[in-house]
Design a protein around this ligand. Sequence first.
Ligand code: MN
Length: 383
Amino acid sequence: MEKRKVAILGSTGSIGTQALDVIRQHRDLFEVELISANRSLDLLCSQALEFDAANVVICDESLYPELNERLKHSDSKVFAGIDSLCELITSPRVDIVLGAMVGFSGLRPTLAALEAGKIVALANKETLVAAGQIVTSCMRKNNAVILPVDSEHSAIFQCLLAAQGNALSRIHLTASGGPFRCWTKDRIMKAKASEALKHPNWNMGAKVTIDSATMMNKGFELIEACWLFDVEPDMVNVLVHPESVIHSMVEFEDGAVIAQLASPDMREPIGFALSFPERLSVGNKRLDFANLSGLHFEAPDTERFPNLELAKSAFRRGGNIPCALNAANEVAVKAFLEDRISFYGITDLIEHCINGVAFVANPSLDDIFATHENCMRMAQELI
Ligand code: MN
């Protein structure tokens, strides 16, 4: 593999730090062209020094003077703000952009990278939920590429490499079921954020861990799969698989099912996206089949976890409704993390917002930003 120059958007988050760990193991194959963070100054500084990052961007502009001061003896160039970020990632020096920002904030830089025809390793699923039509048509128009980083979508992508041009008939999208899989509805009703943050299998950031507990994450991933693999929502079968060993499966016309398996460690899908089509060692545990206690499957319980159906119906309604779903969810998850609303309060809040927003059938990018702002405001007022 020829050396690749990587830009990591959100380098201090869970995906960003794990990506840098993969790069740390293969310094001869990757050059860190850019790293960015929202506010995590200390970690961003130490990453800049360790990886000798050419460009370092802090999105919160108020932290620029301190970052600049702390990196003044390094070779890194220091920038602030999302506009600088969007401009820097279009540089011909960038080969691959890892989109690992959290939530809607990743939309603008993702579009900037796609407009510049970059390879985008996309972990930021919210951009596809909020603006899937705009993002995928921008990709096609500019001959850009999106490589999935989300473990399920990386698995589907890997399974499809064996399709030899045959159309898939179904996707089996696996879900761990989260920390409340075996809890009664009464108990879930009183669940605290600290309990929802204890994910059984995956080590992830707070936002996606809460989304995982409510199963909104799987709803988002269903939408993500529809955009990435050009399938209808009915072709995506969500399957609870508590061991998280099978990361997803693809079924063909003849009933054959191809699955992708690995131990649950995000460095595997991150590494595959960064080095595609080559595979690198990433330091994860190997599966020990003889000692697996079993692989279990069950249908998702939409009574205890209504957000999955909520996301699916929002996607079916189309237009700006998935964008409203995402915006309301961002506010609701934050409020739940602050113990300001209950677990099912998240669902109520989202329902109010997607029913209250003005429907736009074919939203422009401006419509998407307006919907996002309006729904955030609506959700905050409801809280
Ligand atoms: Mn996932």
